[in-house]
Each structure stands twice: as C-alpha cells, then as structure tokens.
Design a protein around this ligand. Structure first.
Ligand SMILES: [Zn+2]
Length: 281
C-alpha cells in the first residue's frame, strides 16, 4: 500500500504536466467514484480543462482544475502511470487523461483490487476536503509542528507504532514507515504513549519527516518485484529502492544494522511489526 513517500514520488513525477490542457477523459467503473462524482461526471468536468496543480495530503493525491480538485486515494493497489501504452496484465485503467500536444502518452489510473477511490472537491481550499478535516498533520505540510504533534498525543493510550499509523494522529504514515520510525527513535513499538519519555517522543517527531524524505529520495519502497501486479510503481512504472535501506521492515531474522542482534517480527493490531529488542526499549 503506497504511503506518504510513494504518493509524493508520483506527485513529483507528474508535476511537468502542470499547465497542460486535458484533451480527452475516459472513466469507467462507477464503484470507484464516490458520490456525487460519477464516471460520466468526471469526463464532463475534466475534458478541456487545464491542470492547474498537483498536491498530496497524507496518502491522497489531488489534481486541481478551475472548478476544484479530483482527489485520488490509491489505498491497496492503486497506481498512476504516465506512459505510451496502457499498463498490461490484470491492471485495468479506471480513468485515463490524454493531454493536448502529447500524442501517445496518457495518464492511466489503475486499481487491481478496486479499493481505490476518486473524489471531487469543489472548494479551492484543498484542506477543506471532508476526509482531510479529521486527519492529523502531514509531515511535509506546515501543520506538522511540535505543538500539533504534542497535542495529538494527549489522552492516547495505544502502542506507539499503532498510533503512528492512525491517520487522525499523523497523515501519511503506514505500516512500513511506522516500524522504521520506531527503530530510528530507539523506541519499542509496543510501548504505550504514557510510558514514553518526552525526549523520545520529541526524537520521534523530528525523525519522521527525515525518514520520509530519505524514502522519497530513494523513490519509495517497492516490496514485491516490479513484475508483480501489486508492487508499488512510480509514474514511469519503475519500482522504488528504499526497501534496501529499511533497517527493520521486512528483515525478520536478519542482523540488526546497529547492534548485530536479530530483527524480530510480531503482530500488532493485525499488522506485522519489525523491531530490534535490544536497540528499542
Ligand atoms: Zn539492534
């Protein structure tokens, strides 16, 4: 599932499309379009419009035209690829944009497992989108401050790793980066918030944007081989390399990069957590 860095890589890849006019739009699969948006409505709204901006909040990607925003939530296996031919295999395109002046290349939105969603937001203020209202600060947005982070910790009783994945606390962090952040902050992922020292929480606060920036620089984490239909791919259909820089995630039984102990894997709230029991207390 793409997390903040993977969606950010796609956004940056697509920025050269800013200012281009959308010439034709093909939309299918009404189940993926959240009311009031429909495939026909999307075709009507976007045909002939200029793409004004592309932004990201949490794990959502947003495309601005004069009347508002198309908001794309990839969820499990959604992809956005800018290519000369339709992505093959079981990935069927749900939305296709053709841009003026570009003959072969099109923007293909695909969703293998059909959990992906498209939303329409008519207000120009992107953060007014109802799904964003209940979300915590995004580590790449100005609302990510120690003040807001600290405020989000109030009355929390859950394990730290589980809280990091809660989008109401922070927007954009999922299973991979929650495990990696706990390792880098030296905190046991099972530790409950009230048991964690303020110094460690502050370290966690500082480490998260740094970790996510490193992941963007390595173009995100693709866990499966690029040929797998569920693998994360960037807008050019290439996998990211950050997996090779993971210190704990996916490294069960391997040596810890810091102490030489073994990385452990446990289940927390139904998800796999990786950690080093000697480095993380
Ligand atoms: Zn260790």
């Amino acid at each position: 599932m793409p997390e903040l860095p993977e969606v950010e890589v796609i956004r940056r890849d697509l920025l050269p499309l800013k200012g281009r006019r959308i010439e034709t739009v093909e939309a299918t699969d009404p189940d993926l379009f959240e009311s009031p948006l429909t495939p026909d409505g999307a075709e009507d709204k976007f045909t002939g419009q200029k793409l004004l901006d592309i932004k990201r909040y949490g794990k959502y990607l947003a495309f601005q035209i004069a009347g508002g925003w198309l908001i794309f939530h990839p969820r499990m296996s959604g992809k956005v690829q800018f290519r000369d031919s339709p992505p093959g295999g079981a990935d069927r395109s749900k939305l296709i944009f053709k841009f003026e002046g570009l003959t072969e290349r099109r923007l293909y939105f695909t969703s293998l497992r059909r959990f992906t969603r498209f939303y329409w937001q008519s207000k120009q203020d992107l953060l007014a989108f109802e799904k964003f209202k209940g979300m915590g600060p995004d580590p790449f947005w100005p609302n990510y401050t120690w003040q807001n982070f600290k405020h989000g910790l109030l009355n929390r009783r859950s394990a730290v790793k589980t809280l990091l994945m809660n989008q109401k606390f922070i927007a954009g962090v999922g299973n991979i980066y929650a495990s990696e952040a706990c390792f880098r902050a030296g905190v046991d992922p099972r530790k409950k918030i009230p048991e964690i020292r303020r110094r460690t929480l502050k370290k966690l606060y500082r480490i998260i944007p740094k970790l996510l920036r490193e992941a963007v620089a390595a173009r995100g984490s693709s866990l499966e081989p690029a040929t797998s239909a569920t693998a994360y791919l960037d807008a050019s259909s290439r996998p990211g390399r950050f997996k090779f820089y993971h210190r704990v995630y996916g490294r069960e039984g391997e040596y810890c990069v810091d102490c030489g102990g073994r990385v452990k894997k446990i289940k927390q709230a139904g998800r796999s957590t990786y950690f080093c029991s000697s480095c993380q207390q």
